[in-house]
Structure formats: structure tokens, C-alpha cells
Design a protein around this ligand. Structure first.
Ligand code: IMP
Ligand code: MG
Length: 182
């Protein structure tokens, strides 16, 4: 059953912000940029961001790191594990980690530590959304698309129980008042 999803960040607003992020990244990047999309949630954002990077004059390489943080419903439990690793060497590379949401920070901190341990020359982080006041570990994102209210969001690659990734906008699933909470 599909519920109504209320728009929080519209497709047009996201596209405009992606162009700004790409300009910021291009200004502070020489060449040899390695974009690493942290899957699954970031795949739509990363796909749009690399095309915005092209418009901004960069030619990044792209890799995919699939991480899973065990979740109990919508809360992160704390354990991060690698589901699928990247194939490229990162030693000496200028790495840009791209993720959908910075919440507890565990996922991004794990990925950042991993790339630093593998000898990356620089590891920066770019997230579409940042939820303030939710950090369990100390990490800040170098580039943030939007500050997000403390709500569970879906769309633009993000899911709840594998649904809604296909939505072109970021939204909040409407709670059905007739369904009693459990
Ligand atoms: P963190 O490790 O707690 O920072 O969790 C970040 C990851 O949890 C994100 O990369 C998302 O995949 C997922 N996540 C956190 N909040 C949401 C949300 O509101 N909607 C969908 N996924 C979320
Ligand atoms: Mg994620």
C-alpha cells in the first residue's frame, strides 16, 4: 500500500543546490578527484552530482561503497559493515565521499576512517541532507545540500523498507491518522 508523501525538498531546489555544491567542489579541487558514492541511499544524489561536476569543469572517477548500518526500524543501531567494497586504490587520491544523510554520523565516520587508513591524500565528505542534533560520533560534512528537519525522509534515492527510492523529490511519508501507532 502506498501512502501520500509530502514534498520537503523539491526536484528543482535539489537540482539548483547540486549546481552550487559542484561549483564549490570545483573551486577547491585540482584534478584526479575520486568520487565515492556510499550506497545505497546516495545513488541518485551521486548520479546528479557527478553530472553537475562535469558542468563545473571536473572529470571525476566514480566508485561505489556499499555500507550497511544495522537499523531497527528507522533508528541506526551503531554497527557499520562493508557490503560491497570499492575496486580502486585510494592511496594518494583526493577522495570525495558522497552520502544521502548525515544523522548519527557513524556511516560517514566509518567510510572516512576507512579511506584515510588506506592512505587517501585528502578525504572530504558531501551529503545531501544533514540532520542536526543527531550526532553520536564527532564528524562534520565538508559540503551539505540542505539542513533537514528531524523527520524520517524518503525519495531521491532514500527508502523506508525498500520503498520510495524512485521519487524525484525528498519527502516525508504522511502518517495515517486511522492507523494506531504500535
Ligand atoms: P548515520 O550513520 O546515523 O549517520 O545514518 C546515515 C544513514 O542512515 C544514511 O546514509 C541513510 O542511509 C540512513 N538514514 C538516516 N536517516 C534517514 C532518513 O530519514 N531516511 C532514510 N534513510 C535515512
Ligand atoms: Mg546511506
Amino acid at each position: 500500500m502506498s501512502r501520500r508523501v509530502n514534498v520537503l525538498f523539491a526536484a528543482e531546489a535539489i537540482a539548483a543546490r547540486n549546481a552550487e555544491l559542484a561549483k564549490d567542489i570545483a573551486i577547491s579541487t585540482q584534478d584526479d578527484l575520486l568520487v565515492i558514492a556510499v550506497l545505497k541511499g546516495s545513488f541518485v544524489f551521486a548520479a546528479d552530482l557527478i553530472r553537475a561536476l562535469h558542468v563545473a569543469g571536473l572529470s571525476p572517477e566514480v566508485e561505489f561503497l556499499s555500507l550497511s548500518s544495522y537499523r531497527d526500524q528507522t533508528e541506526s543501531s551503531g554497527t557499520v559493515r562493508i557490503v560491497h567494497d570499492i575496486e580502486s586504490e585510494v592511496a594518494g587520491r583526493d577522495v570525495l565521499l558522497v552520502d544521502d544523510i548525515l544523522e548519527s554520523g557513524r556511516t560517514l565516520a566509518y567510510a572516512k576512517d576507512l579511506m584515510a587508513a588506506r592512505g587517501a591524500r585528502r578525504v572530504r565528505t558531501c551529503v545531501l541532507l544533514e540532520k542536526p542534533n543527531k550526532r553520536a560520533v564527532s564528524i562534520h560534512a565538508d559540503l551539505v545540500g540542505f539542513v533537514c528537519p528531524d523527520l524520517f525522509v524518503v525519495g531521491y534515492g532514500m527508502d523506508v523498507a525498500h520503498a520510495y527510492r524512485e521519487l524525484p523529490f525528498v519527502g516525508v511519508v504522511e502518517v495515517d491518522p486511522d492507523v494506531a501507532p504500535h
